[in-house]
Design a protein around this ligand. Structure first.
Ligand code: ADP
Ligand code: MG
Length: 233
């Protein structure tokens, strides 16, 4: 579904990513781990078209994305959840979801509002609350719910469990597992290795703007040497 080859990108003259290459298949969850500053967020932004690539190819379902801007890539079905900032604080949960639904209305509907509310019962409970009044975990769920309603073929999640209390992290991990079982395709970046291991079958280990290793979560868990070398854990 996605084939990235020889991809390089950065900010102005500051190169961050070099020679990134990987593939992923439809219906899989792919994890990305790596130390702070290695370029994980930059890679997601480059896939979504928020950072311009200098060289390389991004083939998505047979279409080359490299020349397309972020809006065009969203229309192709790529949705990035960067942080919780995409939420409108003064609009209710329902209004936030409806706005996203409108954005996705030109695409084939995979997720209805009801699907999202049954996937995230906490959002259903807080349907009238203003986005700004939600807890961090609820905001993360709303951000993901909004992304689903844009009807993505590929969801990109940057640090979905960052800053959340352990119980909420656990709940979010279970939700991500449910999304994975539903057939969604996603890339999950998280500093918390367990989030990635528990939700993704395959993992890319990034080091200084490159992909140092690709492994299954099961293998990586059992290789403290690799984790030590690239992640310092
Ligand atoms: N908007 C930006 N302008 C310039 N440099 C940036 C910008 N965003 C990130 N960087 C730099 O790019 C490198 C990779 O950052 P990032 O992709 O955020 O890493 P990660 O998500 O793995 O922590 C870092 O050296 C960071 O300082
Ligand atoms: Mg980051």
């Amino acid at each position: 579904m996605l084939e990235v080859s020889r991809l390089a990108a950065g900010y102005d003259r500051f190169a961050v990513l070099s020679d990134i290459g990987f593939q992923m298949t439809e219906g899989s969850f792919l994890g990305i781990v790596g130390r702070n500053g290695v370029g994980k967020t930059t890679l997601l932004k480059t896939l979504a078209g928020l950072v311009k690539s200098s060289t390389g190819a991004i083939n998505f379902r047979g279409q080359e994305l490299a020349g397309l801007d972020a809006t065009q890539r969203a229309r192709c079905g790529i949705s990035l959840v960067l942080d919780r900032k995409g939420i409108f604080a003064s609009l209710s949960v329902l209004e936030n979801l409806q706005l996203a639904q409108r954005l996705g209305s030109t695409r084939k509907e995979r997720w209805s509002l009801d699907d999202v509310l049954s996937m995230f019962p906490r959002l259903a409970e807080r349907i009238k609350a203003p986005g700004g009044g939600l807890s961090g975990g609820e905001q993360q769920m709303l951000a993901i719910g909004r992304a689903l309603l844009t009807q993505p073929d590929l969801l990109l999640l940057d640090e979905p469990t960052e800053g959340l209390a352990p119980l909420i992290v656990h709940e979010l991990v279970r939700l991500l597992q449910k999304l994975s079982n539903s057939g969604l395709t996603a890339i999950v970046v998280d500093q918390r290795l367990e989030t990635v291991f528990d939700t993704c079958e395959d993992v890319l280990v990034m080091s200084r703007g490159e992909i140092a290793e690709r492994s299954t979560s099961a293998d990586l868990r059992n290789h403290p040497d690799v984790l030590e070398k690239h992640l310092g854990v």
